[in-house]
Design a protein around this ligand. Structure first.
Ligand SMILES: *Cc1c(COP(=O)(O)O)cnc(C)c1O
Length: 482
């Protein structure tokens, strides 16, 4: 177990020593504010500090260390160039209260990124103000609600396939819609008969993920959207993971009315760890007047932040969302260009199919032998040895990989959702495949090895239920000073 920096402390040890007399105590500060005892800082040398933090940074798995085969989430390695762009002083030092005259460059970034997202997705207008995918969904539902209220239509229902991300029904519910889950067809796609039976003139929105969470493209997307539109309802695309489609197919052309994309999945910003995100929302012209404010507009050769639309749903974020994420996304899009974006999705899809093909047989893939950017395999065959998907995921950590998403989507038993992403090399994918094959062998020969995994990580198997119910968020000082 790693020691805390307080345990490494030795009285009198210093990183830097200054010559001359120590500075005199400052005068004029009331005595009650002055410290009576030393601050209790750890006393360590410079190399000890460096090594301490480098060691800490390797205790957890992270994307700079090795693969995250984390389906749906797209925890992918992104070019560091985009981090450099986000750190450019003029951008990093911006204050949100600065005047438009002072922030023309920043406003141009927002305007340009909105335009690029329109071009990539085929939507008419974009707003960047939602701070995450789920926030984008919430905004999308607010837009749909206002759209029908303005038209004096009482539509209360939102239809969501049972393979959807959990945030979809949650967002619809928050806005006051009634959710209806639609069972997927045998092939994992939308069942048109089921959709048809559930569509009525109370249906406001059909929320769909394409490719869906099984990594399957909806082969009848044109018919689906026609059916929904024929009933006067809107089609919503959850485009959190757009890296299956980039440059090949556009949701706007398919007929979607509202979509959200996750900049912190497809477009460079690392996802996870609770850091800032961005879930831009794109709409067709009919919904554009409802978009939140303020908006960036170009007037007489300059950019302005304007809020004057009487029809807008209002503000959904302070100022204009998470600006640092926009810089990374714009840098990513411009650096790759149109052809580069096409190559990204081609590689994402190829990598997923390569792994799926190599593992099929050992880990059955119930839906879709040809997948898009991700696939969902099942750990079902290992149950006869007393090994569950959770054990397989834990064992993967011993091989230096992060675990994939497990037990989601719910329609695949013992689900293992795998998405290698476009940034991984064939050698990395082969190492991952070898590890998965080795684990399948171990499950039959030595199931206990899996049931007690991980063995090589700094922390062994945790009691996850207790950790969730009774998290210990602060360590008592006695523990850390030892
Ligand atoms: C990640 C994800 C979301 C939610 O996005 P957040 O930014 O985590 O709120 C929604 N739908 C799908 C398909 C996703 O993968």
């Amino acid at each position: 177990m790693a020691r805390t920096i307080f345990e490494k402390s030795r009285a009198g040890r210093r990183g830097y020593r200054f010559s001359g007399e120590p500075a005199p105590a400052p005068s004029g500060i009331p005595d009650s504010y002055l410290r009576k005892q030393a601050a209790g800082l750890p006393e360590v040398s410079e190399p000890e500090v460096m090594r301490h933090y480098v060691a800490l940074s390797t205790l957890n798995h992270h994307v700079d260390k090795d693969l995250y085969p984390l389906g749906s989430c797209t925890m992918k390695y992104n070019p560091k160039l985009n981090e450099d762009v986000a750190a450019i002083k003029g951008f990093a030092g911006l204050h949100p209260e600065q005047r438009d005259d002072d922030t023309q460059g920043a406003l141009e970034v927002i305007h340009l990124l909105e335009e690029k997202l329109c071009a990539i997705t085929g939507m008419d207008r974009f707003t960047l103000s939602a701070a995450a995918g789920a926030h984008g969904e919430l905004l999308g539902m607010l837009l749909a609600k206002k759209y029908f209220v303005d038209r004096k239509q009482n539509r209360r229902k939102v239809l969501v396939p049972d393979s959807a991300h959990g945030t979809n029904p949650a967002s619809a519910h928050l806005v006051g819609f009634q959710n209806q889950a639609l069972p997927s067809g045998e092939n994992g796609e939308v069942d048109l008969d089921v959709l048809n039976r559930n569509l009525d003139d109370e249906t406001a929105v059909f929320m769909l993920t394409v490719p869906n969470t099984l990594g399957i493209f909806e082969s009848r997307i044109g018919e689906i959207i026609e059916l929904v539109h024929a009933k006067g309802a809107l089609c919503y695309l959850d485009g959190a993971n757009l890296n299956a489609l980039l440059g090949w197919a556009r949701p706007g052309d398919m007929g979607f009315d509202i979509i959200h994309v996750n900049l912190h999945k497809t477009f460079s910003t690392p996802h996870g760890g609770g850091g800032p995100g961005s879930g831009p929302v794109g709409v067709k012209e009919a919904l554009a007047p409802l978009l939140p404010e303020p908006r960036v507009r170009r007037e007489n050769g300059r950019y302005v932040l304007a809020a004057d639309g009487a029809e807008s749903v209002g503000a959904i974020h302070s100022f204009y969302g998470n600006f640092g994420i926009y810089l990374r996304a714009l840098s990513y899009i411009i650096r790759h260009g149109g052809d580069g974006l096409r190559r990204i999705s081609a590689a994402a899809n190829l990598n997923a199919n390569y792994v799926a093909h190599a593992l099929d047989g050992l880990y059955p893939i119930p839906h879709g032998k040809r997948c898009m950017h991700e696939f969902v395999a099942s750990g079902e065959p290992f149950k006869k040895y007393g090994v569950r998907t959770l054990d397989i995921a834990k064992r993967l950590m011993d091989f230096g990989f992060h675990a994939p998403t497990v037990y989601f989507p719910l329609i695949v038993p013992e689900a293992l959702m795998i998405e290698p992403t476009e940034t991984e090399s064939k050698e990395t994918l082969d190492r991952f495949i070898d590890a998965m094959r080795q684990i399948a062998k171990e499950a039959a020969e030595n199931p206990e090895l899996l049931q007690t995994a991980p063995h090589n990580t700094p922390v062994r198997r945790l009691d996850e239920v207790t950790a969730n119910r009774k998290p210990i968020l602060t360590a008592p000082l006695e523990d850390s000073t030892g």
